[in-house]
Every structure is written in C-alpha cells, then in structure tokens.
Design a protein around this ligand. Structure first.
Ligand code: DX5
Ligand code: ZN
Length: 216
C-alpha cells in the first residue's frame, strides 16, 4: 500500500493569507494540498476556480496539488485544472455518465486520476475502473466542518478489498486525530483534513497530531 499522507484542505484556510497558511503546513511536513472545487450544482455551495490553484502553484512550495472536483460534468474542466497546476484530479462518480472517459482525459493531461463516491453510492463502480486514487467521502460533500459518518471505516474496508493494495484510498470529511486512526486501520492511505488543521489554533501542531494518528 502507498505510505500514509495527510492532505490539508485549503477550504478551511484563512483566504486573506492563503499562501502563508499553506507554507505553514508545508513547514509542518505536508507534501500534498487538497483543493476543493464546488460548482453550486453538484453541491449547493461555491468555492473557488483554477486561478486560486495557479496562484498557489506559483509559490513553488514543492507540494503536490490534489484537486477534488465537486462539479457537474467535470470532464469539461479537467484541462483547466491540469494547466493550473493539478498533480491529481478526482471526479465524482455521480457527476457524469462518462467517468471512464474523465479518468482517461485526466491521465492524457499528465495527472493522476481519482474517482470519488458520496456516502450512499455503491462501491461496485470501482470494479469497472482503473484509478490511481479512490476517494471515499466520509461526510456528504459540499461543506467543511461536518462530523465523520460513523459507518465509514466499514465502507473503507470494503473499498480497500475491491481496490487491492496499489491505489491510494483517500478519505475526506471529518478527519481529525480521532478519526484518522480507524480510517488508517481500515485501509485509507490519504487523509484530507480541513477544519481540523486550519481551524486549529496552531495548524502545524494539529497537522502533526493527525499525521501521528494516521501512522505517517
Ligand atoms: C467537503 C470537502 C472536504 C472539506 C473537508 O465537501 O470535500 O475536502 O474540505 O473539510 P473538513 O476536514 O472540515 O471536514
Ligand atoms: Zn475534498
């Protein structure tokens, strides 16, 4: 299995000092930054567009950008995010009838390809796909700061069994020092944490505590 890594989500960062906040978690050890894109359709909320990603990329912090598209028909936008600096792009299985095509396009653009599922979506789709990254939502997408859905470790375990050892299994939503451990034990390898990192008084300490709980 890939080594465990924490991906702080900038959705919970202070946008007036976004570069400084990202630099803080990079100093604490983060090597991957999660970027949540919300379109007001697939999820009811709006977040940011590719300009924010390209501004962060221009800081040259040496990190990987993990873009999570919570967007209808995400295949329309993958090229924009690839040229803005994404290293990995994840689309939702529920957001397009053309998931296989979207995965192909993402790889053609030189990025790692991920597919995400909402909490009620059957996991069987992963049996039909070859992905670099499977993202198991552990809350309903659309908002930061929600509580981890308690049945998630069982779902993570079933997903890991379907995927085999190779791909990253990413968990997203309500990840903190208490939920990272059970998620890791169930087979998760990539842990998105928004409010538990950037909502904490000291993001670097919070990052270290989650990393320790995840076995990083
Ligand atoms: C939720 C987003 C998450 C969000 C997680 O729809 O996909 O990445 O930033 O936030 P927390 O860690 O606060 O649950
Ligand atoms: Zn996300």
């Amino acid at each position: 299995m890939p080594p465990p890594r924490i991906a702080p989500s900038i959705l919970a960062a202070d946008f007036t000092r976004l570069g400084a906040q990202v630099a803080e978690v990079v100093d604490a050890g983060a090597r991957i930054i999660h970027v949540d894109i919300m379109d007001g359709h697939f999820v009811p909320t709006l977040s940011m567009g590719p300009q924010v990603l390209s501004a962060l990329r221009d800081l040259d912090l040496g990190v990987e950008f993990d873009v999570h598209l919570m967007v209808e028909r995400p295949e329309r936008f993958v090229a924009d995010f690839a040229s803005a600096g994404a290293d990995a792009i994840t689309v939702h299985a529920e957001a397009t009838p053309h998931v296989h095509y979207a995965v192909q396009r993402i790889r053609e653009l030189g990025c790692r390809a991920g597919v995400a599922v909402c909490p009620s979506t059957p996991l069987a789709i992963y049996g039909e796909l070859d992905v670099d990254r499977a993202l198991c939502m552990t809350v309903n997408p659309g908002w930061g700061g929600q509580a981890f859905i308690p049945g998630s470790p069982d779902r993570i375990r079933r997903l890991r069994a379907l995927l085999g050892d190779e791909p990253d299994l990413e968990v997203d939503g309500g990840i903190d020092a208490s939920t990272a451990g059970p998620s890791a034990a169930a087979g998760a390898t990539l842990f998105v944490a928004g409010s538990a990192v950037f909502g904490a008084p000291d993001p670097a300490t919070a990052y270290a505590e989650i990393a320790a709980a995840a076995g990083c």
